[in-house]
Design a protein around this ligand. Structure first.
Ligand code: AMP
Ligand code: MN
Ligand code: MN
Ligand code: MN
Length: 285
């Protein structure tokens, strides 16, 4: 049995390899009933996704995955059920994309110094008109023969201490959650086990996230092990957070993550979609 909700996916509007329409079609084939498109720092794919979801008789949840700097680390916060037309949200996202554009050029310059020419143009070409992410640099560098796969490129070039790494400041946790709430959405902390925080620091993050108005924790994630799932389920319960499920699908070429193949949430968690269901009118006495 698999969950029929997938609340974390990417399209060509950010660093996914499928267009929003292709993503929705593939999800429909995989048996997904409700999908959230959560591109990094943009809602640009949502209108196309929404048209295709209607054709496929699937529920589309309007989403976004926002890049946040928390205590000098990058973490990701999902906004689910947002109104993409809200100006506060869009203004925040525009600011993040401005930083992204500058960062992409800077990554290019730094790789150039390390002897790799044309990486900025290369990454741009891989971004299919959407924003430029480190994933696009990684795909370019793989095709240039700099490393065998995307993960190896990250390790060798794109993480702290490596030639193509550019430090910088993304949004604050408080601003991010407030943009999401202002847009009528729910804030969910994405792939919490991936940050490699100590237990104490993760609890501190969850405390601050809750105080800011965060509601959900991604318990099931394409990047969580079974052990992570149970640990995160316990944390969700302890902090009174709703549990979310997301593959973090980026396309069929990254074969370790599959659409529509998310394990069921552990008992004891409250699925975030529980609150989305329609309430029956009270029974006649
Ligand atoms: P960016 O937001 O441009 O810094 O890029 C971050 C994206 O790169 C993430 O959303 C992942 O899709 C991808 N990514 C980050 N770290 C890795 C890694 N070690 N291996 C493969 N992909 C990664
Ligand atoms: Mn990504
Ligand atoms: Mn992420
Ligand atoms: Mn993601």
């Amino acid at each position: 049995m698999y969950e029929v909700y997938d609340l974390h996916t990417h399209s060509t509007a950010s660093d996914g390899t499928l267009t929003p329409s292709e993503l929705i079609q593939r999800a429909a084939q995989a048996g997904v009933k409700a999908i959230a498109l959560t591109d990094h720092d943009t809602t640009g794919g949502l209108s196309e996704a929404s048209r295709e979801a209607i054709r496929q008789d699937m529920v589309l949840i309007a989403g976004v995955e926002i890049s946040v700097t928390w205590e000098s680390r990058v973490i990701h916060v999902l906004g689910l059920g947002i109104d993409p037309d809200r100006e506060t949200l869009q203004q925040g996202l525009r600011e993040l994309r401005r930083f992204r554009d500058w960062r992409a050029e800077e990554i290019g310059r730094r790789l150039e110094k390390a002897g790799i020419a044309g990486a900025y143009e290369g990454a741009r070409a891989y971004s299919s008109g959407g924003l430029v992410s480190r994933t696009h640099f990684a795909r370019f560098l793989v095709d240039q023969g700099q490393a065998r796969d995307v993960r190896k490129v990250f390790k060798r070039f794109l993480v702290a201490g490596k030639p193509g790494h550019v430090p910088g400041q993304w949004a604050s946790l408080e601003d991010t959650v407030s943009w999401i709430l202002d847009a009528g959405g729910q804030a969910v902390l994405a792939h919490p086990a991936r940050y490699r925080l100590t237990r104490t620091r993760l609890r501190k993050l969850l405390d601050q996230f809750r105080i800011a108005g965060g509601e959900g924790l991604e318990v099931i994630s394409g990047s969580h092990s079974r052990d992570d799932v149970f640990k995160m389920a316990a944390l969700a319960r302890d902090f009174g957070l709703l549990a979310s499920v997301g593959s973090d699908y980026h396309g069929p070429d990254l074969s370790w993550i599959k659409l529509g193949r998310m394990p069921l949430l552990p008992i004891g968690t409250t699925p975030i979609w529980d609150g989305w269901r329609l309430e029956l009118p009270p029974a006649d006495a």
